[in-house]
Design a protein around this ligand. Structure first.
Ligand code: AMP
Length: 284
């Protein structure tokens, strides 16, 4: 695995590879890699000749009261996991490499409001602006043929796919299924903030989503009542619910009884960490 911190050197090397006919798969991450991240690497490797992984904890997507400083940084272990996966390139930019004139003065890329102003975007103002901006910069450096993102961050995936389409970016943005712990908890770098007992308890978020999925599949389309029921249940179970919404999978607008492709999306704090999860529901 070749490791680059310099964007020009990485670009030079990748351009040579592209000129020799190689396709490039890209997996952007913030590190502290787990099997969920590595499943994205598997997809990139299946789809392309060469795989590039980036690790960059992007300050622009963290709010002032969020966990940027505390975010787990485990570079040595991450590097080993990527070596074991036979990743070809690891890109480790510094903040200065990505935002040479500082974050404030840097050009931003803004996705459409109707996708960014709800769910996670409503409680994390500026978050998706940080995500779309950094992914643009990374896409321009790496120039991938395929980029793989996890559907654990379903809204992020939808926003990035739409951005790539709207801006005619020559990249195929692919969504990967959520990898879970044996108890159903979605794997996440932030799970490291939870004790073992809390991890067990955190699986209730998933359990509540599945319970609502079953009710929807059994024909219940009173979505606001189902949402309220789930919120009350999670609150009783000790979560502080940010949102629990049943939405249209492509617009992320509140689902209507005529919608067939739905998404149950939830975010809740369990103590300090904020957990997110979702489930696609496809009705006949
Ligand atoms: P992060 O390092 O948290 O920014 O995540 C990097 C990529 O990994 C994003 O596309 C995430 O959606 C994806 N990802 C994180 N957790 C999971 C998971 N449990 N299953 C699948 N993909 C994931």
């Amino acid at each position: 695995m070749e490791i680059f911190t310099d964007k020009d050197l990485l670009q030079d090397s990748l351009i040579k590879q592209k000129l020799s006919g190689k396709t490039i798969g890209f997996v952007p991450t913030m590190g502290n890699l787990h099997d969920g991240h590595l499943s994205l690497v598997d997809i990139a490797e299946q789809k392309c000749d060469l795989t590039v992984v980036s690790i960059f904890v992007n300050p622009l997507q963290f709010g002032p009261n969020e966990d940027f400083d505390a975010y787990p940084r485990t570079l040595e272990a991450d590097q080993q996991k990527l070596e074991d996966k036979n990743v070809d390139y690891l890109f480790l930019p510094t903040t200065n490499t990505i935002y040479p004139s500082g974050m404030e003065k840097h050009t931003k890329v803004e996705a459409i409001d109707s996708l960014t102003n709800k769910l996670c975007g409503a409680s994390r103002p500026g978050h998706f602006l940080g995500v779309t901006t950094v992914v643009n910069i990374l896409f321009n450096i790496v120039q991938p043929d395929v980029a793989v993102f996890g559907k654990k961050d379903f809204q992020q995936f939808m926003i990035l796919k739409r951005m790539a389409d709207d801006l005619c970016m020559p990249v195929d943005v692919i969504g990967a299924d959520i990898l879970r712990e044996p108890n159903g908890l979605a794997m996440s770098s932030r799970n490291g903030y939870l004790s073992d007992i809390e991890k067990d308890h955190a699986s209730h978020l998933r359990a509540n989503i599945i319970a609502i999925q079953k009710q929807i599949e059994a024909g219940d389309s009173n979505y606001s009542s189902l949402e309220n029921h789930a919120k009350q249940q999670l609150t009783r179970e000790g979560f502080k619910v940010d949102y629990f919404n049943i939405v249209n999978q492509s617009t992320l607008e509140p689902a209507t009884p005529s919608d067939k492709k739905l998404l149950i999306a939830a975010a809740a704090w369990l103590g300090q960490p904020r957990l997110i999860d979702n489930q696609e529901v496809n009705l006949m």
